[in-house]
Ligand binder design. Structure first.
Ligand code: ADP
Ligand code: MG
Length: 310
């Protein structure tokens, strides 16, 4: 039986418009369970409500209606226990410029009431690769180092659930790989539940077991990554012809287009058409094949299909 790390019911948030701006319904009644031990992706275009949802979980934004249960504790009934179960790495790089990384971790541990004997500042600094910067001023740290320090801060009270809001937005490949490796390790070694928001679909595809997609404050999909990808059975064969074709292949259920580099792109649905039928149509058009490649639908296709109809 899977236990849920997070249970969200009827969650609504309306931001009051300031200075004449209209009020904004950022969340319109979200129902969502996040299984314990998973790496869970919260996806959605900019302004969908991802940060609002995460900041409500973290206790940084007050909800308008609904309930949030964290690790078995209702956020309103047991605010202290529910807060202790969750660590959040925020989207913005808000760090006190006067604290060193070690100082920032110690202050954070103090805020969460972690006794000195249970603090693991050195271990955390090591994990996020900041041991040699332990005593440096935060203002001298690069953007990447600050982000790693924020990850460290989220971990000081040993939470069961780690929430990362756009952890790799705007970071270079090296840091992204490091963050991904850290996140996987926390999930595998400690069974930590990881919730991350991202607008890099590649990241969700690579990292997440399960995914929820929100759009304009509403949940529009919730499934395993594999099932979401399986929803689209659209396949593509890309053919490099030996010489430019004199006529294009034809066949029911096959869509053909020619790319500027001369390649032929044939799209079809795997449930109705086989690759053999597509190749036969190519041969029937008198086209000799130099090379052939297949492409599968990726999360981006699923995402576009789900969000564009709205
Ligand atoms: P996401 O993280 O998915 O990009 P957000 O949760 O940040 O989305 O924002 C959702 C919507 O709520 C957006 O339309 C945004 O402009 C609005 N919003 C977010 N924070 C505030 C705020 N403090 N006051 C007013 N509106 C806000
Ligand atoms: Mg956001």
């Amino acid at each position: 039986m899977t236990q849920n790390a997070i249970e969200i019911r009827g969650l609504k948030k309306t931001y009051r418009g300031s200075r004449g701006a209209p009020e904004k319904q950022a969340l319109k009644g979200i129902e969502l369970d996040i299984p314990a031990g998973s790496i869970f992706g919260l996806l959605g275009p900019n302004g969908a409500g991802k940060s609002t949802m995460i900041n409500i979980m973290a206790g940084l934004v007050t909800k308008t209606a609904g309930s949030v249960n964290i690790w078995g504790f209702d956020q309103d009934e047991n605010p202290r226990q529910s807060r202790a179960a969750i660590g959040v790495m925020p989207q913005e790089l808000n760090l006190d410029p006067f604290f060193s990384p070690r100082g920032a971790l110690e202050v954070q541990a103090g805020l969460y009431g972690v006794p000195k004997s249970q603090r693991k500042s050195d271990e955390i600094l090591e994990m996020v690769g900041l041991s040699d910067k332990a005593e440096a001023y935060a203002r001298t740290l690069s953007g990447g180092m600050r982000r790693r320090l924020l990850l460290g801060k989220a971990l000081v009270h040993h939470p069961q659930i780690l929430v990362l809001d756009e952890p790799t937005a705007g970071v270079d490949i090296e840091l992204r790989q490091m963050l991904w490796a850290n996140i996987r390790k926390l999930n595998e070694d400690r069974g930590m539940t990881i919730i991350l928001t991202t607008h890099y679909l590649e990241e969700a595809e690579e990292m997440c077991d399960e995914i929820a997609i929100i759009n304009q404050g509403e949940l529009i999909a919730r499934d395993s990554t594999a099932n979401l990808l399986g929803q689209l059975d659209s396949k593509t064969l890309v053919i490099d012809p030996v010489s430019p074709p004199t006529r294009l292949p034809e066949g029911t259920g096959i869509e053909v287009s020619e790319r500027s580099d001369g390649a032929l792109v044939l799209s079809y649905h795997a449930a109705e058409t086989t690759a053999e039928q597509v190749l036969a149509a190519v041969r029937d058009a008198g086209i000799a094949i130099r090379d052939v490649k297949t492409e599968q639908a990726d999360l981006e296709d699923v995402f576009l299909a789900l969000t564009s109809s709205k």
